[in-house]
Design a protein around this ligand. Structure first.
Ligand SMILES: C[S@@+](CC[C@H](N)C(=O)[O-])C[C@H]1O[C@@H](n2cnc3c(N)ncnc32)[C@H](O)[C@@H]1O
Length: 346
């Protein structure tokens, strides 16, 4: 997709400047005709093809493992997902609605609010949610993915959507700026998923929601076995993965899936209980989950994503999660939890 080569700050950023801050010092920002300036540390961020380049690396202790730059170059070479079979807004809507959870979010996230998607990748979800009247901010560190996202946005005049290059450990947004923050399939590709969660959960407004999707410890077992087979056989037997067997999916999309699932330099796995503990530690309460952690309650497309549901007993959760060994492999072994930030009473 051809991008306009504009270096002008995106109009979304101009309109919502008050929610942005410098990722280096968290100071206020100012706009010039061609760049973004920090009023405090005076750092100047460039804009490429309408995308503010505001990624800054971590400044962690040297002894702490940091995969950020490795992951960045991996996704630069293999942007995920991609738009090969999505060429207009109608197809994007159809594919996203077929994805059920994206459709549920689109039906239930209110209009006219700010939504942040962290780790937007090639921006399908952000562009989809921005078709309706919402202000959607898609942030990711991978510029090649963001350019695909921006290309689609520009081609289809999705003016409520903006894309930003950002390291989720160094947010370009102020604390409590968003009633909804979505982060699906991202934190398990970082060296410190809980630290990442702490960073992005700070961006959620009081009483706002965080939607987290992560690889599950048991849901990935079959995928891990396939990965071993591929590694031992020089990537033969690709038909073992049902997504790679699907004749309706084109080659580029299959390769994007294959690389993301089987050639990824780093992934970690998690459990429902673990993320519930993250919620407790950061002042969130559990609202809803897929799979449903209550054994007797089944998932329905009509479930309310933002109404408080029961979190299930320890036994419920253990059985639900064990079932993921068999059911998890097709969708990549994901689970999703939604939490609400409790307003602190002083
Ligand atoms: C598997 S893709 C998920 C894309 C999208 N959320 C989806 O579900 O299709 C993971 C994305 O996380 C991004 N990512 C990983 N670590 C990040 C970090 N520290 N800061 C920002 N983005 C990051 C990668 O660039 C990549 O686009």
């Amino acid at each position: 997709m051809k991008l306009t080569t504009t270096t002008i700050p995106p109009s979304q950023m101009v309109d919502h400047l008050e929610i942005f801050n410098c990722p280096i010092c968290r100071g206020d920002l100012d706009m010039s005709a061609e760049s973004i300036l920090c009023k405090d540390c005076t750092y100047e961020f460039e804009i490429k093809d309408g995308i503010p380049l505001m990624f800054v690396p971590n400044d962690w202790d040297k002894k702490k493992k940091d995969v950020t730059l490795d992951m960045k170059s991996f996704y630069e070479g293999s942007p995920f997902p991609n738009y090969e079979d999505i060429d207009d807004v109608g197809t994007l809507m159809k594919k996203s609605n077929d994805g059920i959870f994206a459709g549920m979010m689109n039906e239930q996230i209110p209009f006219n609010i700010r939504v942040l998607e962290v780790g937007t990748g090639t921006g399908q979800l952000s562009n989809f949610l921005g078709i309706a009247k919402r202000h959607v901010f898609g942030a990711d560190m991978t510029i090649n993915s963001l350019e695909l996202a921006q290309g689609f946005k520009e081609k289809h005049n999705l003016n409520n959507v903006g894309f930003y290059q950002m390291n989720l450990f160094k947010p370009i947004f102020r604390e409590k700026s968003f009633p909804v923050v979505i982060c699906i399939g991202v934190l398990h590709h970082t060296s410190d998923p809980f630290k990442g969660f702490q960073s992005i959960s700070g961006l959620v407004a009081d009483n706002g929601y965080i939607i987290i999707g992560l690889y599950h410890k048991y849901g990935r077992l079959i995928t891990d076995t396939r990965r071993r087979v591929f590694n031992l056989t020089g990537d033969r037997f690709k038909w073992l993965d049902p997504n790679l067997k699907n004749l309706e999916v084109n080659h580029t999309k299959k390769m994007s899936w294959f690389n993301d699932q089987y050639k990824n330099p780093h992934e970690s796995k998690h459990t429902i209980g673990e993320v519930m503990r993250w919620f407790e530690k950061t002042g969130f309460e559990y609202i809803y989950g897929i799979p449903n952690p209550v054994l007797s309650e089944k998932f329905s497309r009509r479930d309310s994503l933002f109404k408080k549901h029961k979190s299930g007993s320890y036994l419920d959760r253990a059985i639900v999660q064990l079932k993921m060994i068999l059911t998890g492999s097709r969708e990549g072994g994901f689970f999703i939890l939604i939490g609400r930030k409790k307003k602190l009473r002083i």
